[in-house]
Ligand binder design. Structure first.
Ligand code: ADP
Ligand code: ZN
Length: 705
């Protein structure tokens, strides 16, 4: 089996032009019957690594997957690409199971998805022995490791696969990359000298942003209003806040819902389904949400609160942009959150408190970063990177501008000194800005010299500058003294010895969507924007009629490509990202109809889309006009109109061409063609027919024969 066959399948079945890094090597190893372990981030394209071999190798591939919802999603998606697939799990009725088992025994499936429990059943193993199996793929393979965060005991028995079928290759896949888990997978599955593939964990399409956690709701509303119809998830620290935030967003007419562990299974499913089907735009959720969903068009993730560690953070932002197109991750950072999490972590007896606190510090370090955030993330996951400037995080996009911040720092330090290092961040800002809060007045802080000395700066600016001071070691937080801010040796030098100090300039940034710059606004770009919206709507209608989620009909990446390329024929459609043969058949007609009608409108307004002239002629043909009418109407020659008809015939557009050329005329052209010495030249043919058949018709006739 060669990789060329795999490439053809990638194009014809999935409509993709090339493999992503590593997919090709993984597929080749499987063709060579090797065991492999695949480590790739979420959205990296793991499924393709076994789906392509499954299609090419001709028999059946068994996929072991822990989550029923993911199985269902994958099977739907495969079927929509014309690949025969099914799943077996406990959610099915016995008659459904029977049907699937029968088809499976007859070797009718290219892929069959089963739960690990099913895999262990002796009756299923017996069935496997009777069918030709090409490959076992074990998805979410980290579930086998007790080190992992997602240990499932039933996974540990999967070594039975290798002991029962030693000659069938096994592919284990996971998005969890640490070394211990990796070792466990290889060992517990009994893999035979496996080739290990570790892809980069970078997700370059996700833009990373951190904002101060003030007026979060206002910031979020602005953010969402700027991202019309784009789905996203807001992760919150508590159940109650998921409900509060969802309710607040609803007041701004945003379609939002909440999701947390205390909802009934029924409620959870309902929220999840509405989100998958693009009926709800925003989900406010605790971390419980997201595990079992594969929705590829989540366009953004907001962390309302600071996550406990970078592992969770990376996993959660990874739920956006799985289709590989632009996605955004926005984190709100406030010291208050750090405080709450610290209290949660140190509350009661926790065996690994130290480790957890260290992880929290790394999370803070990320949030306060003044260098590329992507570099920090990748370094944290021990990945060598060349990134010093990724170009897609807020730090890289707006590099810090430093200025002499000595006066600001002195004001803050002076206030800290005059309150005997007993106040926390919030109160310190209140004092500096001259707030009349009752606790400030009560303590008499309005009498100290620095009260109101920092009125010229906003709350957010102070927050930012104080954070910077913590970051560069000018202030320390006394966790054991109610989070009071204390001076350090370094800060004494600034306050008492006149040493200078730099700060990076605080610039409040708005949350407008950063669209790629368009050089000139042309009719074509306007049409593209309009088409995107109409196609999104059409996608939803098609999804509803088929009872599947919109992103399975086609992904956002495909949506963008459609609006950009504006395909007018089936052939054009095949060149759109994500359109395999099956999808052209299934959805081609309504999509082309929509694009054609918009392209005609656009032409009438003076726009210029490539191929529009053919579509205009086609439109008139379909309305019953004849060639001379169309020529007159469009102010073109009849020869040109005949050429357009010939074009549509070549595109296999179903039109009745005998309306434009009679059988008799066609016969005469054929005779002339066959008896001519140089049949490829038009003029001799034209003369041979005594000039009775026009050049246009002649060309059309030649195409037909
Ligand atoms: P994972 O299982 O690693 O989370 P998926 O297999 O779901 O990732 O792939 C994520 C998305 O990328 C899917 O929409 C998939 O169709 C797409 N994809 C996978 N491989 C390619 C490729 N070679 N070219 C284009 N898109 C791809
Ligand atoms: Zn960066």
């Amino acid at each position: 089996m060669t990789i060329d066959i795999a490439k053809k399948a990638l194009k014809s079945k999935f409509g993709y032009d090339r493999f992503r890094p590593m997919q090709e090597a993984i597929i080749q190893a499987t063709f060579d019957k090797k065991d492999v372990l695949v480590l790739m981030p979420t959205g990296g394209g793991k499924s393709m690594c076994y789906q392509i071999p499954a299609i090419c190798m001709g028999n059946t591939t068994v996929v072991i997957s822990p989550l029923i919802s993911l199985m269902r999603d994958q099977v739907e998606s495969l079927k929509s690409n014309g690949i025969s697939a099914a799943y077996m799990n406990s959610s099915q009725s016995s008659s459904e199971q029977y049907e699937v088992e029968t088809n499976f025994s007859d070797g009718k499936y290219q892929l069959i998805y089963v739960s690990p429990e099913k895999m262990m059943q002796p009756s299923f193993i017996a069935m496997l022995r009777r069918v030709t199996i090409d490959l076992f793929a074990i998805d979410e393979a980290h579930c086998i490791s007790s080190w992992g965060h997602d240990f499932r005991p039933e996974y540990q028995q999967l070594s039975i696969i290798k002991s029962t079928f030693p000659n069938i290759p096994v592919m284990a896949l996971t998005a969890t990359a640490d070394k211990l888990t990796r070792k466990d997978i290889v060992h517990n599955l009994n893999l035979d000298d496996p080739e290990i593939f570790i892809a980069s964990f970078d997700r370059p399409n996700i833009e990373l942003m951190v904002r101060p956690g003030q007026k979060r709701i206002e910031q979020i509303v602005e953010f969402i209003k700027n991202r019309k119809d784009k789905a996203g998830i807001i992760y919150c620290l508590s159940r109650k806040s998921t409900e509060d935030i969802a309710n607040k967003l609803k007041q701004f007419k945003i379609k939002a819902a909440f999701y947390h562990a205390m909802l009934s299974a029924e409620e959870k499913n309902k929220v999840q389904d509405e989100f998958l089907n693009d009926n709800i735009q925003v989900i406010c959720a605790t971390i419980a949400f997201g595990m079992g969903i594969d929705k590829s068009n989540v366009r953004w993730v907001i962390h309302y609160n600071l996550p406990k560690n970078l592992e969770s953070y990376y996993q959660e932002i990874g739920r956006s942009g799985r289709d590989g197109t632009k996605a955004e991750a926005l984190l709100f950072y406030s010291f208050q959150d750090v405080r709450i999490i610290r209290e949660m972590l140190t509350d009661g007896e926790k065996s690994n408190e130290e480790v957890q606190l260290a992880k929290l510090e790394q999370m803070q370090h990320y949030a306060e970063a003044t260098n590329c955030r992507r570099a920090i993330l990748l370094n944290y996951f021990s990945e060598q990177t060349d990134h010093t400037n990724c170009g897609n995080c807020d730090v890289c996009k707006h590099p810090p501008k430093y200025f002499d911040g000595t006066v600001i720092v002195q004001k803050a330090l002076s206030a800290i000194a005059r309150t005997n290092q007993t106040v926390g961040l919030d109160m310190l800002i209140g004092i500096l800005r001259g707030s009349a809060r009752h606790d400030i007045l009560e303590k008499g802080y309005d009498k100290i010299k620095t009260y109101g000395a920092g009125r010229d700066l906003s709350q957010a600016a102070w927050q930012n500058y104080l954070q910077q001071m913590i970051h560069i070691g000018l202030i320390e937080i006394a966790y054991d003294k109610n989070y009071a801010l204390e001076m350090t040796e370094a800060s004494k030098k600034i306050l008492f010895d006149g040493q200078k100090c730099k700060l990076s300039h605080f610039e409040p940034q708005n949350l407008k969507e950063t669209k790629p710059k368009i050089v000139a606004v042309t009719k074509s770009t306007i049409l593209g924007d309009e088409l995107t919206e109409l196609l999104r709507q059409l996608r939803k209608e098609l999804a509803q009629s088929k009872g599947i989620p919109p992103y399975i009909v086609f992904t956002d990446a495909t949506l963008e490509d459609l609006a950009k390329k504006k395909p007018l024929t089936d052939h054009d459609l095949e060149n759109v990202h994500g359109f395999g043969e099956r999808k052209v058949q299934l959805y081609g007609a309504p999509i082309l109809e929509l694009i054609r009608s918009k392209v005609i409108e656009n032409s009438n307004e003076g726009g210029k889309v490539r191929g529009a002239t053919y579509v205009q002629t086609l439109d008139l043909l379909k309305k019953g006009y004849d060639v001379s009418d169309i020529a007159a109407e469009r102010n073109l020659s009849e020869t040109t109109i005949y050429a357009h008809i010939a074009y549509w015939i070549q595109q296999k557009e179903p039109i009745d061409y005998y309306k434009f050329i009679s059988k008799g005329e066609l016969e005469r052209i054929r005779e002339a063609f066959q008896s001519s010495d140089n049949p490829n030249e038009m003029k001799p043919l034209f003369e041979r027919l005594n000039g009775e058949i026009s050049y246009g018709k002649l060309r059309l006739g030649l195409i037909l024969i």
